[in-house]
Write a protein that binds this ligand. Structure first.
Ligand code: ZN
Ligand code: ZN
Length: 375
């Protein structure tokens, strides 16, 4: 039986055959061209005149099917049976090992489900080889790392994958109620004994706070608040990869995906906005304190109204890999723009025990030599 090809109109199929040899053109981070890995043919990705658009949050909260698209017309996706991450890719890229938990993915890739398509992409600038070289140096500088972890140094232990992010813009108006505290001082007399033991009366300044009610309104623009839409990597690790040069964002084009994977978002648009609110609450609290003024502030209530909320779905480039050791998953992630490496730093029990043991032995010898010299 023959498999029927997906019924996509041919002009919409995003694959990039090399005009000289017919192989697949892949995105080349070094120069940003589509390049043939076999004959070296290069092609520029057409410069889009479009700006990376922001979309209205409200219009996308209840998503309609026509608002969803595939990352590329021939995109496949596969879900990791172990950690649940779903990655999209285009042939000839294959599923292989999960970039986030290290298991071999056994599921058959299927045609990718449509998603809220990304508006922007930050293309890879570091190549896989450069990332691997950086990783080898990083691992060598970690003497205590278990030998098993050094398997990360093997080629293809990390893979290029675009991580999903949301960014939001919003205007906030916040009404607050609180109290302004102003310091004042009074003189107080007290008695104590002097050095000769005589009782003497002295005065001192004592600080008090006078509280008065304060209510009002503060407003501010939040611009491009970045929220990770992946839960496959810990938040602290993602933050440590920053900063991202978001001024270099390109309008999304399936050509950037050629030779790489992209993770499907796990945090949806509405959940992402809850992170924005949490972040904004901290900033607004600072604004309210400043507006209340005085020496101390009490905040009883802040009611914030959001308006003009817009968002972008972005793909940001990393090389990621995971390795299992002692039933634990060790993740390594490399910023595909800056080469910054973040990863677990496990310590080998035996290597530390050996070091401690060696130091103890040296001490015993030194003490032995010293005491025999005395005696
Ligand atoms: Zn070629
Ligand atoms: Zn996984």
């Amino acid at each position: 039986m023959q498999a029927t090809p997906p019924s996509t109109p041919p002009e919409k199929v995003h694959c990039y055959p090399c005009p000289s040899c017919g192989a697949h053109l892949l995105f080349e981070p070094r120069d940003g061209f589509l390049s043939c890995p076999y004959c070296g043919h290069k092609e520029a990705i057409p410069e889009s005149a479009d700006q990376v658009q922001e979309r209205s949050f409200e219009q996308y909260l209840q998503i309609r099917p026509e608002q969803l698209e595939q990352l590329a017309a021939n995109a496949l996706e596969v879900r990791c049976q172990s950690c649940g991450a779903t990655v999209t890719f285009t042939p000839p890229e294959v599923a292989g090992q999960c970039d986030f938990c290290g298991v071999q993915i056994v599921a058959q890739p299927k045609s990718a489900d449509p998603i809220l398509a990304p508006e922007g992409v930050l293309p890879f600038r570091f190549t896989q080889r450069e990332a691997e070289t950086g990783l080898r140096q990083w691992l060598q500088s970690r003497w205590f790392a278990p030998n098993a972890l050094k398997q990360f140094a093997r080629p293809d232990a990390i893979n290029g994958v675009y991580l999903p992010f949301w960014t939001y813009d919003a205007y906030t108006t916040s009404y607050y109620a609180g109290e302004r505290g102003e310091h004042y001082y009074t003189s107080e007399t007290y008695s104590e004994r002097d050095s000769q033991g005589r009782e003497v009366t002295r005065t001192r300044q004592v600080r008090h706070t006078r509280w008065s009610p304060a209510t009002g309104e503060v407003a501010r623009w939040f611009d491009d608040v970045l929220v990770a839409a992946t839960t496959s990597l810990p938040q602290k690790r993602l933050e440590a990869l920053e900063p991202w040069d978001l001024t270099e964002l390109k309008p999304y084009d399936p050509a950037f995906l050629s030779g790489f994977r992209a993770q499907r978002y796990q945090v949806d648009l509405a959940q992402g906005f809850e992170h924005v609110k949490q972040f904004a609450a901290g900033v607004i609290k600072g604004d309210v304190r400043q507006a209340i003024g005085g020496d101390e502030q009490r905040i009883h209530n802040i009611a914030t109204h959001y308006s003009g909320v817009t968002f972008k779905h972005l793909l940001l480039p990393v090389y990621a890999g995971a390795y299992r050791f002692n039933q634990k998953v060790f993740q390594i992630v490399v910023n595909g723009r800056t080469g910054e490496i973040q990863g677990d730093r496990p310590y080998s029990f035996w290597k530390i025990a050996l070091l401690v043991g060696t130091i103890a032995l040296i001490l015993v010898i030194v003490v032995g030599v010293l005491s025999s010299a005395k005696g």
